[in-house]
Ligand binder design. Structure first.
Ligand code: IPM
Ligand code: MG
Length: 359
């Protein structure tokens, strides 16, 4: 097949992990006889330095003419002055809004090798397989903001339509999994949460009566995620709660360096990114974990290109590299490998699996 893929490496470790993603995409194309056009664009701090804008018009145009966008990470101490008028994160938020990718999928299923490394008891982690669906283009991230003389306001606003469409995405995914949906809110306090709760109830009753639905308050969820994570299947929540809970859930997977994400909308273009940040403390040293970005490539192959076999092969290749003990510094103190070595291991396993399947 033919596909255009935009690569936005961004800042910090972004370029290092995206270099491995590029190699993997080139290998997937070569092994499968696909023609991928890979084009790079700027976003975040590097784009501010080059153009003054964290999301230059050229980058938007590139993304809009692509089938999928793979992003590294944005931000860093150089641009982190909270009073600065332009910030790298604005580029990412504007891109999400521009592409209309309202459903952010963040799967958390700890690999056996990572279970040993996670700071939590392995007994708790066995059987954990959660798919977070975080609303991504609404709520306090996009509400009106203002500063008053001695106060500040961030508005949280959700429409029924915004809640309905992301609920449908989550429910359809639950149907392909264990048919359980946990909706997380703060309906005992927030009006937006009460609207979420009644809207989710109605959509699920009318369109998905076969899916088991529960509502959990976000504070309780923060606890349940660490005390009984294995009981959750699909978890649906609003933008800010989803941001916080998915960082918490990354502890279940052993490292932030292992978690990919896919952001999907009604349109064709999907946005794929590791959930970790730009990690300025280790940037430029070639030691960042590329697995979350490579797993994001798997999601890209599956959700934007429909290449299911290739996607599974990438996931198996990353699993095989973990099994073989090819671990970067976030996962291992002794004998940690470089970003390049970890990427190379995944490529080797991918090549092997592709040729095995071809025989
Ligand atoms: C994430 C990040 C972003 C967010 C930041 C960089 C704006 O934390 O993707 O989770 O808050 O959405
Ligand atoms: Mg976050």
């Amino acid at each position: 097949m033919k596909a255009r893929i935009a690569l936005l490496p961004g800042d910090g470790i972004g370029p290092e992990v995206c270099a491995e993603a590029r190699r993997l995409l080139e290998l997937v194309a070569a092994e499968g006889g696909h023609a991928f056009t890979l084009e790079e664009g700027q976003i975040g701090g590097c784009a501010i330095d080059a153009t003054g804008d964290p999301l230059p018009a050229a980058t938007v145009a590139l993304c809009e003419r692509s089938d999928a966008v793979l992003l590294g990470a944005v931000g860093g101490p150089k641009w982190s002055d909270p009073d600065a008028p332009v910030r790298p994160e604005q580029g990412l938020l504007r891109l999400r809004a521009q592409l209309g990718v309202f459903a952010n999928l963040r799967p958390v299923a700890p690999h056996p090798a990572a279970i040993r490394l996670a700071p939590l008891r392995s007994r708790l982690l066995r059987g954990v397989d959660i798919l977070f669906v975080r609303e991504l283009t609404g709520g306090s991230y996009f509400g009106a903001r203002r500063r008053e003389a001695d106060a500040a306001v961030d508005e949280t606003r959700y429409s029924v339509a915004e809640i309905e469409r992301v609920t449908r995405v989550a429910a359809r995914l639950a149907r392909q999994r264990r048919r359980r949906l946990t909706h997380v809110d703060k309906a005992n306090v927030l009006e937006t949460s009460r609207l979420w709760r009644s809207t989710v109830n109605r959509v699920m009753r009318e369109e998905f009566p076969d899916i088991e639905l529960e509502h959990v308050l976000v504070d309780a969820m923060a606890m349940h995620l660490l005390t009984r994570p294995a009981r959750f299947d699909v978890v649906l929540t609003e933008n800010l709660f989803g941001d916080i809970l998915t960082d918490e859930a990354s502890v279940l997977a052993g490292s932030m360096g292992l978690l990919p994400s896919a952001s999907l909308g009604a349109g064709r273009v999907g946005l794929y990114e590791p959930i970790h940040g730009s990690a300025p403390d280790i940037a430029g040293r070639g030691i960042a974990n590329p697995y979350a970005t490579l797993l994001s490539v798997a999601l890209l192959l599956r959700h934007s290109l429909g290449l299911t076999a290739e996607a599974e092969r990438v996931e198996r290749a990353v699993g095989a590299a973990l099994d073989a003990g090819v671990l970067t510094a976030d996962l291992s103190r002794r004998g940690a490998v470089s970003t390049r070595k970890a990427g190379e291991a995944v490529l080797d396993h991918y090549r092997h699996l592709a040729r095995q399947a071809g025989r």
